[in-house]
Structures are given as structure tokens and as C-alpha cells.
Write a protein that binds this ligand. Structure first.
Ligand SMILES: Nc1ncnc2c1ncn2[C@@H]1O[C@H](COP(=O)(O)OP(=O)(O)O)[C@@H](O)[C@H]1O
Ligand SMILES: [Mg+2]
Length: 255
């Protein structure tokens, strides 16, 4: 059974960066192959991980639709799609990357979408650990990808506005009736202690604060130089917090 960790929060808070750093920490803890899923149509998890994503599920869906009448003899349409989906998985060192691309292709039919979701679900189950980088609207989590996650990591900046945005994500999860076992909050890019108002709001909302990642100049530098964040040195301030966070995630996974 795979353990799925989904990352959510508003645009620009550091979801993709923290997803990449978490994957790095998880790999060091040798938990078996990790599937990294880039569920942001504006895909850039590959850049953070230092691998090049060539095709997306969205693209494959379009391509498969256009060639449905070319399904080889003796192969069902489902098998044909499954083959295409498998070919979108990029194998890297210790992990695989799957990019979802656009949630809905121009010519995508419901039939194909449902099938794609089932096939992606099936693929996910092959991995003991799945880490899913979402876009703010959780579009993929509700439609193309899996409807469930064992752990939803909510990323906020240290502003009250950021925290309120995270609470809206929680509302959205409820509205969409997604099956999420556990939630935890991570504050990213902290430059000072959290304000009393911020802490009070966390308590009010009953959120569990799992980590405070500092604003890290090393991240900013790597980003400016176009170096994958995967190469963040272990002694960088953010890496140290992410290491503790990975331990916490694995403890939660153990139950
Ligand atoms: N802890 C941090 N310290 C410094 N810069 C950060 C930190 N976290 C993220 N960033 C920077 O913030 C920007 C947005 O991060 P990104 O992960 O792409 O956000 P999102 O995926 O939520 O849109 C990037 O330029 C990234 O390098
Ligand atoms: Mg992102």
C-alpha cells in the first residue's frame, strides 16, 4: 500500500521547493522508490529535482485521443492508454517523476479522463511513497489524479493572509469530499518569530504546526544560479528543518 503525501498552498509560498527538499530527505531515509507527482499545470518540480520532464499526462491524453483508431490489434483501449501513461514516467536516481500537465485537454472526453484517473491511481499504488506537488486550486487532486492522500502538508508564508489561504484549502478539501487522513501546517520563509496573531489563528483553526522553515539565502542563491534545489547542502538552514520534517512524516506513516 502506498503512502501519499500531498502538498498544497497558495501560489509562490514554496510548495514545489519544499516538495523537492522533502523528497530528497525521504530518499536519504531509504524507504524504497518514491513517485514524485507534479500536479501543477505550470510544471516545474522537475527543475527542482534536477530531472527533465518530457511529456505530461495531459499531453499523452491528447495524443492517445488522436490515435485511438490506431490501437494495436489484441490491445484494449485501456491497455493502450496504460502503455502511454507508463511512458510518461521519468526514472531518476531513487525516484520517478510523473507530470500531470493541464487538467483538461481541449478534446478530452469524460471517458478518457475517468480511465486516466483510474490508471494513474493504479500506477501510484506501485510506489511505497508518493509525493504530490499541487497547484493552489487542487484541481488535479479532485479530477485527474487520486482523490485521496494520507497526509496533506499545507504550506503558508508567515503572513496571516497566507494562513487564511491555507484554511481555504482545507475548506476546499471538505467541499470536494477528498479523502485526507491527516493535515499539518508548515510555515515557509519565516524571517522572525511567528506573530501572536498568527499563532492564535493556528490554534483557533485547530491546525497542527509541524515546522517553520526559515527564509534561506542559500535557496535564493541556488535559484538565481539555476541550480536544482535538490543540491541544497545539508547544513543550509532550510535543509535542517526539512530533515526533521521528513522524520516526522515517516513517524506519522508508521502510525
Ligand atoms: N525557504 C525559502 N527561502 C528562500 N526562498 C524560498 C524558500 N522557499 C521558497 N523560496 C523561493 O520562493 C519562490 C517560489 O517557490 P516555489 O517553490 O516555486 O513556490 P510554489 O510552488 O508554492 O509556487 C522560488 O523562487 C523559491 O526559490
Ligand atoms: Mg509550484
Amino acid at each position: 500500500m502506498s503512502y501519499t503525501i500531498a502538498i498544497a498552498g497558495k501560489g509562490g509560498v514554496g510548495k514545489t521547493s519544499l516538495t523537492g527538499l522533502l523528497i530528497k530527505e525521504l530518499l536519504q531515509r531509504k524507504q524504497g522508490p518514491v513517485l514524485a507527482v507534479d500536479a501543477d499545470p505550470n510544471a516545474n518540480l522537475g527543475e527542482v529535482l534536477g530531472v527533465e520532464a518530457k511529456t505530461t499526462i495531459g499531453g499523452i491524453c491528447d495524443q492517445a485521443l488522436g490515435s485511438m483508431n490506431e490501437v494495436p490489434q489484441g490491445m484494449s483501449k485501456g491497455e493502450f492508454l496504460e502503455y502511454h501513461i507508463q511512458s510518461a514516467v521519468i526514472e531518476a536516481d531513487g525516484f520517478d517523476l510523473l507530470s500531470m500537465g493541464r487538467p483538461e485537454g481541449a478534446g478530452c472526453y469524460c471517458y478518457v479522463n475517468n480511465l486516466v484517473r483510474k490508471l494513474v491511481d493504479k500506477l501510484i499504488k506501485n510506489y511505497p511513497l508518493v509525493v504530490l506537488d499541487n497547484e493552489a486550486g487542487l484541481e488535479h487532486l479532485s479530477r485527474r489524479t487520486t482523490h485521496r492522500a494520507d497526509l496533506l502538508l499545507l504550506i503558508s508564508d508567515p503572513s496571516l493572509r497566507g494562513l487564511k489561504a491555507v484554511c481555504r484549502v482545507v475548506e476546499l478539501v471538505k467541499e470536494l469530499k477528498l479523502d485526507i487522513k491527516e493535515y499539518a501546517l508548515i510555515v515557509n520563509r519565516a524571517t522572525a518569530e511567528l506573530s501572536p496573531q498568527f499563532n492564535a489563528y493556528i490554534n483557533d483553526q485547530g491546525l497542527k504546526l509541524w515546522g517553520i522553515v526559515p527564509h534561506d539565502e542559500v535557496i535564493a542563491r541556488l535559484d538565481a544560479e539555476g541550480v536544482p534545489l535538490f543540491e541544497l547542502p545539508a547544513d543550509a538552514p532550510a535543509a535542517q528543518v526539512m530533515s526533521q520534517l521528513a522524520d516526522k512524516v515517516l513517524l506519522e506513516k508508521k502510525g
